[in-house]
Design a protein around this ligand. Structure first.
Ligand code: C2E
Ligand code: MG
Ligand code: MG
Ligand code: MG
Length: 293
């Protein structure tokens, strides 16, 4: 009896796993053609200077509009693209889109505007590639390096086989700034804050989301902000959803923030609209719409 049950459990489990593997294969196959079929898009999420609530940066976020499945989350397909190396081509594509977009926004709205682009560890793994690749692209577009912030994750800095330090120093020399994404969730070692040229720490959403109910998350945020500032690093809080979270972070001296409270990631033309409204708050109403206070 137990044996039969065990076998049933087993077959149920493999059935599930098989389905997952099939889904994965299907996504993988379709992902191969997604760029050519123009199913990929770049959305932009505002990054706001907390003290003034001014939008001064944007994070470029990849979107896959699948004909049957609708919007597939990058959480689902970026790992697949990383495993297969497809992320290298996609990353370049995102970068090119983001770079030409920041050129437009600098010209139209704010000469200091920046767009940050997520850079996968895979994009660092080829030594010849990418060393000055992004910088060359910026030069072709006639844009200074500081139009772009490269977002990297903690895991990358741990891996000594990568020539990461060199890459980051080339970025620094060319003016591209570096943000450490999802800070606090990886194998955090404070040593690399000293070792690598880092301009921004992005406090992960998991700390921000419990700020008002978990005093240890508040303590961690405060400590990260104080430490970063002593090292000359600016802090960006991710995933701000409520006015209370905003108030606590402003009180703690956090420099920048992004989150649904301000805006979800939106297509470039909608983002332009946000910048336009900010530049000339035509009516009281449009100003109120954005203002939190
Ligand atoms: P990430 O770089 O940490 O990006 C922030 C994620 O948090 C985005 O998810 C954003 O939509 C989400 N977010 C922002 N504010 C809020 C909020 O208030 N509440 C909640 N619940 N979520 C918020 P998204 O766009 O789904 O991207 C997920 C991850 O996929 C990114 O995390 C990044 O690691 C990766 N990714 C996205 N685009 C690219 C890309 O172009 N290249 C690479 N290599 N990775 C990318
Ligand atoms: Mg990011
Ligand atoms: Mg992040
Ligand atoms: Mg995150």
């Amino acid at each position: 009896e137990a044996k039969k049950q065990g076998r049933d459990c087993f077959s149920f489990f493999t059935g599930d796993m098989q389905k997952a593997a099939q889904n994965r294969m299907r996504l993988l196959n379709e992902l191969h053609g997604a760029l050519d079929k123009q199913q990929l898009m770049v959305y932009y999420q505002p990054i706001v200077e907390l003290a003034t609530q001014k939008i001064c940066k944007a994070e470029a976020l990849l979107r896959w509009h699948h004909p049957a499945l609708g919007m597939v989350s990058p959480g689902q397909f970026v790992p697949l693209a990383e495993e297969t190396g497809m992320i290298v081509g996609m990353g370049d594509w995102v970068f090119r889109r983001a770079a030409s977009q920041v050129g437009i926004w600098r010209q139209q709205f704010d000469p200091l505007f920046q767009v940050s682009v997520n850079k996968s560890p895979v994009q660092f793994s080829k030594t010849s590639y990418a060393r000055a690749h992004w910088l060359q692209l910026l030069e072709q577009l006639g844009l200074p390096g500081d139009s772009i912030v490269a977002e990297i994750t903690e895991g990358l800095l741990l891996d000594a086989t990568h020539t990461v330090g060199e890459h980051l120093r080339v970025f620094r020399e060319g003016g591209i700034q570096v943000a450490l994404d999802d800070f606090g969730t990886g194998y955090s070692s404070l040593a690399y804050l000293k070792k690598f040229p880092i301009d921004y720490l992005k406090i992960d959403r998991s700390f921000v989301s419990h700020l008002t109910i978990d005093s240890s998350d508040m303590a961690l945020c405060e400590a990260i902000i104080v430490m970063a500032h002593k090292l000359g690093i600016k802090v960006i809080a991710e995933g701000i959803e409520t006015g209370e979270q905003y108030d606590l972070l402003v009180g703690a001296g956090c420099d920048y923030g992004q989150g649904y409270l301000f805006s979800r990631p939106v297509p470039a033309d909608e983002f332009s609209e946000l910048l336009r409204r900010q530049k000339s708050p035509a009516t009281e109403q449009s100003r109120d719409e954005f203002s939190l206070l």
